[in-house]
Ligand binder design. Sequence first.
Ligand code: ASP
Length: 343
Amino acid sequence: MNTQTSLSSSRAAAPLPRIAVLATGGTIAGAAADATNTAGYQAGVVGVEQLLSVVPALSTVAHVVPEQTASIDSKDMSMPLWTTLAQRVNALVAADDIDGVVITHGTDTLEETAYLLHLTVKSDKPVVLTAAMRPASALSADGPLNLLNAVTVAANAAARGQGVLVAFNNKIHSARDVVKTSTYAVDAFQSPEIGALGWVQDGRVEFQRSVVRAHTRATEFVIGANWPHVEIVASYAGVSRIAVDALVTAGVRGIVVAGTGNGSIHASLAQALADAASQGVAVVRSSRVGSGHVMRNGAAADDALGFVSAGSLNPYKARVLLMLALAAGATGPVALQRAFDMY
Ligand code: ASP
């Protein structure tokens, strides 16, 4: 046996990584009556086996272990399903025979689920979400390549320890940074504040930077069935205090405000939120702008009013962190601000 032959046989003997693919629905599993229809379709109707069957190249990248976790349009994502999904991912990454997890998801709430998992999965193993903007039945459907790329990333050692990732349209994003930025474009996901972590193409995975903020095993958050009631309100011209007062009456534990600019808040809404904070409701200032930071004590007197700054988290991700922090027992603006500064 010459050297070349023994090298090839040892390569052939190396087992492929075992990657669990959890399907939850979304447009990637969507079907329309006709291939030219990319808007009027039903999300979440194509099963995981069928999604995998149209991507034969998967078998060269990983041994895929499929599971149908849900079949929903992700606009209808719920907290009980988040609990189920996060617990299942944690069980899979704890298993010796699973090397990574891919989750197919609808694009509408993908960034929320991804950030939730980023804060609650207790493993360094890769967990990668992907999705599609065009249904499986469409001409030039983007789901099959996104799925192949997501499995390719999850099977790659460089993805370990980076927290939860999103592989979409050849880019690799951190769950913390990524947001949906277009209603129909196939490059709908961006990390507007600091850009993608890297890229995946034709089987090659390259990370150009790594995730610095604490995530996964380094957080105090453990997924459970206890979801503190947190809602989101927005500030805009002529806004009234009606919504905030109703939420306080309903007994919410927290309110995230999608403020204007640097998290600035209309005077009527600011007064209502100050009243809410004085009654023990957690108030977090985020921004509706879509990128940039909300500076603590910048556009509002957070120290005096008992508010918390969301930093660079958008309102939807700020809500995820606020729920987890409250569930973990953080009370009061100081403890909550620590969570927002850390994660
Ligand atoms: N409504 C769909 C969903 O979020 C949209 C998509 O997946 O692109 O499930």
